[in-house]
Ligand binder design. Structure first.
Ligand SMILES: *[C@@H]1O[C@H](CO)[C@@H](O)[C@H](O)[C@H]1NC(C)=O
Ligand SMILES: *[C@@H]1O[C@H](CO)[C@@H](O)[C@H](O)[C@H]1NC(C)=O
Length: 240
């Protein structure tokens, strides 16, 4: 009789512990939005670990996760996708205090962001993706004139103009996505210094006229201005 009771007691304890552990595990799982993945591969730079953060709840918890993971593992990419479920206006990597000396790729998608500041040790970043946010100007780029950007993706934002200085110091820029913005004009000589630029996507903007010197200085054979025809079509349609 006593033994049966004791077994019953163990059973209840086990059930209680399993339930508690399950509860704790699921609580922790919902609080973490970032997972460490290991299939990132850069041909020029052997680098494997990247952090993929899906639908973070706010900047405070997201930045804490990024800090922990970047201190424990040498990250080569940080990819955040808010999937339009939350607004995180300011991605200020300078305040995180992590270690970003190997990060090659920073991608922030669909967060309604308007500001981003790279940390001082993010000097290797070659790809910056900020698609699906709320950037209305490229002013934030002026702080990063010394970085090594090769790929910039600003598609699906609210950019209105491209100024001559915006990309002036990005000598290694090869691919630029500016499609699906509200761009009405691109200043002459905007890409004068971008000798390695081979692709500029300006589709789905509000360009009405094509400045003669918009692509001045670029090797004409290398220009691949995707969506150019759509822009001109859009312009013509508006004229009639
Ligand atoms: C950077 O990350 C984004 C998002 O995962 C990806 O689409 C892009 O290809 C990456 N760039 C490189 C150079 O790996
Ligand atoms: C995006 O952010 C602005 C403030 O910067 C806010 O007014 C707007 O509601 C946000 N949009 C969404 C879809 O969260």
């Amino acid at each position: 009789m006593a033994a049966t009771n004791r077994r019953g007691g163990y059973g209840q304890t086990t059930c209680f512990l399993v339930a508690l552990c399950w509860h704790l595990a699921s609580t922790v799982a919902t609080e973490q939005s970032c997972t460490l993945e290991t299939d990132f591969k850069d041909d020029d730079f052997p680098c494997r670990k990247w952090l993929h953060c899906r639908q973070p709840t706010d900047w405070t918890s997201l930045s804490a996760e990024i800090k922990t993971k970047s201190e424990n593992d040498r990250l080569c990419a940080i990819v955040v996708d808010c999937a339009n479920t939350v607004t995180i206006s300011n991605f200020d990597f300078q305040t995180i205090g992590g270690q970003f000396g190997r990060v090659l790729n920073v991608t922030i998608s669909r967060c309604n962001a308007t500001q981003v500041s790279l940390a001082d040790d993010m000097y290797l970043v070659v790809e910056l993706g900020l698609d699906g946010n709320a950037f209305d100007s490229l002013d934030f780029l002026k702080d990063w004139q010394s970085t090594e950007f090769e790929v910039l993706d600003f598609h699906n934002n609210r950019l209105r103009t491209v100024r001559q200085t915006d990309f002036a110091n990005f000598n290694h820029l090869s691919s630029l996505r500016l499609d699906a913005n509200h761009i009405t004009d691109v200043a002459a000589n905007s890409f004068l210094n971008n000798h390695e630029l081979v692709s500029v996507n300006l589709a789905n903007n509000r360009l009405q006229t094509v400045g003669e010197r918009m692509f001045a200085g670029m090797d004409a054979l290398k220009i691949f201005a995707t969506g150019w025809e759509q822009n001109q079509h859009f312009g013509r349609r508006n004229v009639h």
